[in-house]
Design a protein. Structure first.
Length: 451
């Protein structure tokens, strides 16, 4: 049962020292209850309290980590059924399947496409995350050499190792070391051996059921064996079954706190159809409906891109605008006579404006002011993009050392603050820029510094 902020407050020192970065213990307790901060951020709580609160405030879908360090991949951690209730936490992992009976050229091609299909959009690098390696021949030597190839050729791939043989999985898991793969899968026959292997290697374990009931049975036994980090494959190999199982599992975990299903799911559109377009369609349904990991048969730019975009849309926190860092951004190699423009740090605005400047080929300095992700007019109305704040930013930004002139181009929508800004920045001439970014190239081509 989740604890409330008040219940958590009772276990805190109540000194309001602020060392956690939050001014009061009550505010800290509320944030812990909302899952916005870890209890360990307060240096004064005992390990006992950490365990009690950590367990009680844990999300109903456990967070599972593949790999280690800053680049680790996380699945699960979800707390709600619908994004508008709060937000979705960890984007579905997209992966590609390699099997030991595949020709070497096909394996190399899939690894090459895993490495090369990377797309940047609004400052976010979009790419596949996982390579699944399957022991389809029951051949330990072939399996370990395929795993070694992936380790050598795909530096940032997270691994899912698939075999029902404990010693085969153990040999491959040892090769992976700190890259901590998901070991799949524990079924009714090999459960005990794989549980011991997962504990020994410190890796998450995949449950491989024949249906949802069988998955629950195996997960319950693994929980009793003391395993905590599980991923579940309900055995569904049709879109309908996978869709239904994902929804049943999420509902049971979130609404009923049903522990055996409180784990991210792994799904295999690659084993549901031979039609590549149908496979992507199935994958898109499973990204939308709760899959923690989706494994595809191959990666192609034209089909992976829509999936990556769908994932970006679904897993972007609707309550938190995407932002870029407050800074001076040089566009087209500007110099001391180049125009200086300013806008807000809402990332969509930044990418549209910087794209238009880049397209104009006019070397320019683009100043991005932190407006907490609000767009120009909204930020101005909220008091985050007023003349006084812009003046403070201009003076501390260092732009005056980069240009000889003193002319600042402000967004057309901020025309009303021109006079006020001239008072705040008496050394600068304020010029009103275009209202629409699309008019920027023509404006910049005409621009000359004020005499
Ligand atoms: S560090 Fe701990 S004691 Fe200090 S304000 Fe935060 S919660 Fe309270």
């Amino acid at each position: 049962m989740a604890l409330t902020g008040i219940q958590i407050l009772k276990m805190l020192p109540k000194t309001n020292c602020g060392e956690c970065g939050i001014p009061t213990c009550l505010a800290f307790g509320m944030k812990v209850a909302a899952g916005q901060i870890e209890i360990g951020e307060c240096p004064y709580v005992s390990d006992e309290v950490k365990d009690t609160i950590g367990e009680a405030s844990a999300p109903p879908i456990r967070t599972i980590t593949l790999g280690s360090g800053d680049t680790a991949f996380k699945a699960g951690g979800e707390t709600c059924l619908f994004r508008h209730e709060k937000r979705f936490e960890n984007p579905t992992g997209l992966g590609v399947m390699l099997t030991t009976d595949m020709a070497a050229a096909e394996v190399d091609g899939r690894i090459e496409r895993f490495n090369s299909i990377r797309i940047e959009r609004v400052g976010v690098l979009m790419k596949a995350d996982i390579i699944a390696v399957k022991d389809s021949k029951g051949d330990e030597g072939a399996f370990t050499s395929l795993v070694q190839k992936v380790l050598d050729k795909a530096d940032d791939a997270k691994l899912v190792l698939i075999s029902d043989n404990a010693s085969t999985l153990a040999a491959a898991a040892k090769l992976c070391g700190e890259r901590k793969p998901l070991l799949l899968g524990a079924d009714s026959n090999n459960r005990e051996a794989l549980a011991n292997l997962a504990k020994e290697q410190g890796c998450p374990l995949g449950v491989r059921g024949t249906n949802l009931d069988n998955t629950v049975e195996i997960a319950e036994q693994l929980l009793n064996d003391g395993l905590k980090d599980l991923v579940i494959d309900t055995g569904a190999r049709t879109m309908k079954a996978a869709f239904e199982d994902n929804i049943a599992a999420r509902r049971a975990a979130v609404k009923k706190k049903f522990k055996p299903l409180g784990f991210p799911t792994i799904t295999f559109p690659c084993e549901m159809t031979d039609d590549p377009l149908m496979e992507v369609m199935i994958a898109s349904v499973l990204v939308a409906k709760y899959a923690g990991i989706v494994i595809l048969s191959d990666l192609q730019g034209d089909t992976l891109f829509p999936l990556l975009l769908e994932r970006l849309n679904i897993f972007t926190d609707p309550q938190r605008p995407m932002v870029v860092k407050e800074d001076i951004y040089p566009v087209n190699g500007p110099g001391e006579d180049s125009p200086v423009l300013i806008t807000c740090n809402f990332s969509l605005t930044y990418f549209i404006v910087s794209g238009e400047i880049e397209g104009s080929k006019v070397p320019s300095w683009l100043l991005i002011k932190d407006t907490e992700g609000l767009s120009v007019l909204t930020a101005w109305a909220a008091g985050k993009f007023g003349a006084d704040l812009i003046a403070v930013f201009i003076n501390k930004s260092g732009i005056a050392d980069k240009v000889k002139h003193r002319e600042l181009i402000i967004p057309g929508y901020l025309a009303t603050i021109k006079g006020e800004l001239e008072e705040e920045l008496p050394d600068w001439t304020i010029t009103i820029g275009p209202r629409e970014a699309g008019h920027m190239p023509a404006f910049l081509k005409e621009w000359k510094p004020a005499a």
